[in-house]
Design a protein around this ligand. Structure first.
Ligand code: ADP
Ligand code: ZN
Length: 754
């Protein structure tokens, strides 16, 4: 192997007389180093930083990214046999200097390979192994009429010429249809040089079928107008500024975002809006199309690769000036960026759960800083970190404390399930209070939403004879029963097997289903209330996008009375006729061994409660729990964010959790338990060596809360310190000592320590 780690060097400045002889290349792989290749004169003349290049790596050819061009090698490198780069994929950079700079920041801050970050920043399909063709524009044959001498034409040929003269250049297909000829007629005309056939890119438009929603013309409420004025002032200043917009559910934040984007556009500056999940709110993307027409581009993972490539290209060319998208849209190549909105900034889906582990919200802040843009983080339930930052002057706090039209927040009540148990002598899924409320709501022809954060029919299967629960063969969890498909499924690795007729351990048939899921809730409600039209929204139903979109639109049209589902129901939806929200249970979420468990539960309940009473009639929220005095429940019930914040921030302070310390987690995983244990002990040793001045606290190794996942054992170490720099330093020291990088995940600022 001749690959060597390159050292930081001077980049060739534009217009320099000499041509670079070498390229520094980052690979789209989990390797931290970059590699140096020789450029022959032809490549050297064309190579640009940010372009893709095909190079040999080991015995394979790989597409990498040029991240530096070098005139001369430093002496340490000059000794080594350097390989030749093979070919350029692009003549123009796919990664602009701004995006490359941002990718470098992400790689550095989150301790992940630069090539992996660049790959994540580009649309999928752009960095295939060289065997397969990379994703490209979609071409279609077009025909135009060209100046030609009078020639003798057949009748069919004349029809083609006549049609072209009437409609102008058109696609081959529609020309043949209109002129009623076969393609051979047109190609014979092309041979005679009467017409020209050429290829042109056609846009794959993800919103082609968007029914154009009407633009709504509201008068902003005074509170909205105040908030907007502040944001507009910042955009107009042309310098960096960050806001936290704390606005209760239904306070009209979305309207403020849209106007701020419109304002930026009027100043010729582009905008980006990050959202946790677009597929859940199709109405919103349609609204943006109505508002901004072709100027808006959509980025999210359920689009087809071709659509994503085309949207990305339109942004890169400057044709689209407004980007709305999920996590990776933070890398969208928008030029002249003026505004970034991060909606629902507290959502953990902004954090990528695989390498490169970056948080799009925090990356958005850095991007805004680098490009002198305004950034607005918005939420009804800000993350503790962001609210802390706003309190301490890092962000400017903006507030929308009231709902639009002075609609009251829904009144929330806690139902103590311990009393329900005492009353009935056995556990009940639904309390009488909740059942009565569903019945009354239905009788008033209003709608209800029932939340339970557990999909499937039953949480697990228990043998009453021997006590066996059926575990996933790959993970440390029980399998969940899905009745409609007649299978038991692992919610972590998706392992599925048939429902056993008898207990696999003792062979008896006393199989018993424990712990209800959304599927069972749906069934129970239809049994209790035969006239109630119930639909379910969770990851099982959203897998079929059509079914899911239909449930939402039927609910919206009033053809469904009750939606049952998981946290997917809590986000963003605006159904004015919903007057009841029932929370069946959040107790498992509260009990999770993660320091953010209370915060997550508070957010979930507040958000779902925010779905009630958004129209003219007041809403009501019922929360069933066995922990009625838990502060997360009490404060979400009172819709009192600040009270929750004050209590939670004390807990964080007393137990040294973010935002008071910087946190990094190291997860060691592998199929062999002994090896995983030994590796994690070795890492601990290296961490201790690097931490001799004891500036960091190191915890572990200990089995991770989910000790086995996807057939791998998992051990975890945590590093904490008041100084982020120190956390990074000792984490780096540990990384250097690890031989198999794939077996260790290092996460900086982890959002979940499961
Ligand atoms: P949020 O994002 O804060 O939950 P939305 O932006 O969804 O709130 O607004 C809630 C509802 O109020 C929506 O139906 C929206 O169309 C409506 N709305 C927003 N601003 C106004 C306004 N100024 N006047 C009337 N209705 C408004
Ligand atoms: Zn599993």
């Amino acid at each position: 192997m001749t690959n060597i780690e390159s050292e930081p060097r001077k980049l060739q400045s534009a217009g320099a007389a000499s041509t670079p002889a070498f390229a520094e290349v980052a690979m789209p792989l989990h390797v931290f180093q970059t590699f140096t290749y020789r450029l022959n004169p032809a490549l050297s003349a064309q190579a640009e930083v940010g372009a893709r290049i095909v190079v040999p790596l080991g015995r394979k050819l790989v597409t990498g990214y040029i991240v530096g061009l070098i005139d001369e090698l430093s002496t340490s490198l000059a000794q080594i046999d350097i390989k030749d780069a093979q070919s350029l994929v692009d003549l123009e950079p796919v990664c602009s200097p701004e995006i490359l700079q941002l990718a470098r920041w992400v790689a550095e801050y989150y301790a992940c390979p630069l090539g992996e970050v660049i790959k994540a920043a580009l649309p999928p399909g752009m960095t295939p192994s060289t065997k397969r063709a990379s994703i490209r524009p979609k071409l279609r044959r077009f025909v135009r009429l060209v100046d030609h001498d009078e020639q003798k034409l057949t009748e069919a040929q004349s029809r083609v010429i006549k049609t072209l003269a009437e409609v102008g250049p058109t696609s081959l297909q529609s020309l043949c249809e209109t002129a009623d000829v076969g393609a051979s007629t047109v190609s014979s005309l092309a041979k005679k040089r009467c017409v020209e056939i050429y290829d042109e890119a056609v846009r794959r438009d993800p919103l082609a079928h968007a029914s154009n929603l009407k633009r709504e013309a509201f008068t902003l409420t005074p509170a909205q107008a105040d908030v907007l004025r502040e944001i507009e002032r910042q955009i107009a200043s042309g310098s960096y500024g960050a806001f936290l917009l704390h606005g209760v559910t239904g306070s009209g934040k979305t309207e403020v975002y849209i106007r701020a984007m419109r304002n930026a556009l009027a100043l010729d500056r582009s905008s980006m809006m990050l959202v946790p999940e677009i597929a859940l709110t199709p109405v919103f993307s349609h609204r943006l199309r109505a508002e901004f027409g072709d100027k808006v581009a959509i980025f999210h993972s359920s689009l087809q690769k071709g659509e994503r490539f085309d949207e990305w290209t339109r942004v890169k060319n400057g044709d689209a000036r407004i980007v709305i998208g999920t996590r990776s849209a933070v890398f969208a190549p928008v030029q002249n960026l003026g505004l970034i909105v991060v909606d629902e900034e507290h959502e953990s889906s902004y954090r990528q759960q695989e390498s490169p582990y970056y948080n799009a919200r925090d990356t958005a802040i850095v991007r805004a800083q680098k490009e002198s843009a305004t950034v607005v983080l918005g939420s009804a339930t800000p993350s503790l970190e962001s609210f802390y930052n706003a309190r301490h002057g890092k962000y400017t706090m903006l507030a929308l404390p009231q709902r639009v039209g002075a609609r009251p927040m829904a009144e929330a009540t806690i139902i103590d399930m311990r009393n329900v148990f005492a009353r009935h002598g056995k556990p009940r899924v639904f309390s009488d209070e909740l059942l009565d409320a569903i019945r009354d709501t239905h009788a008033r022809q209003e709608q209800s939403i029932i939340l339970l954060n557990r999909r499937g029919y039953s949480r697990f299967i228990l043998c009453r004879s021997c006590g066996e629960t059926i575990q996933c063969p790959n993970c440390d969890v029980t399998l969940t029963y899905h009745r409609s498909e007649r299978v038991i499924v692992c919610h972590y690795c998706n392992h599925r097997q048939a429902v056993p007729a008898v207990c696999p351990a003792c062979g008896k048939k006393y199989i018993y289903y424990v712990g209800e899921g959304t599927e069972q809730l749906e069934e129970m409600l239809t049994q209790f209330f035969p006239a109630l039209r119930v639909a379910r929204i969770d990851r099982d139903t959203t897998a079929r996008r059509k079914v899911f979109e239909k449930s939402l639109s039927d609910f919206s049209a009033g053809e469904i009375d009750t939606l049952v589902g998981t946290q997917m129901l809590a986000k963003g939806h605006d159904f004015p006729n919903v007057t009841l929200v029932g929370v069946v249970s959040v107790d498992t979420g509260l009990a999770l061994p993660d320091f953010r468990a209370a915060e997550r539960t508070f957010q979930l309940i507040t958000q779902v409660a925010g779905r009630a009473g958004r129209g003219d009639r007041p809403g009501k929220v019922l929360i069933q729990t066995y922990h009625p005095y838990h502060y997360a429940l009490r404060h979400s019930c009172a819709q009192d964010y600040e009270a929750f914040y004050n209590e939670e921030i004390n807990y964080r302070k007393n137990h040294s959790y973010p935002p008071f310390v910087a946190l990094a987690s190291l997860l060691v995983h592998g199929p062999d338990l002994g090896r995983v244990r030994a590796d994690s002990l070795e890492i601990r040793k290296q961490l201790d060596l690097a931490n001799q001045d004891r500036k960091c606290r190191i915890l572990g190794p200990a089995p991770a809360p989910l000790a086995r996942l996807k057939a791998e054992h998992r051990y975890q170490l945590l590093i904490k310190s008041r100084s982020r720099k120190q956390v990074r330093e000792i984490a780096d020291a540990a990384l250097k000592s690890i031989t198999n990088l794939r077996s260790v995940n290092l996460e900086i600022d982890p959002v979940s320590i499961m």
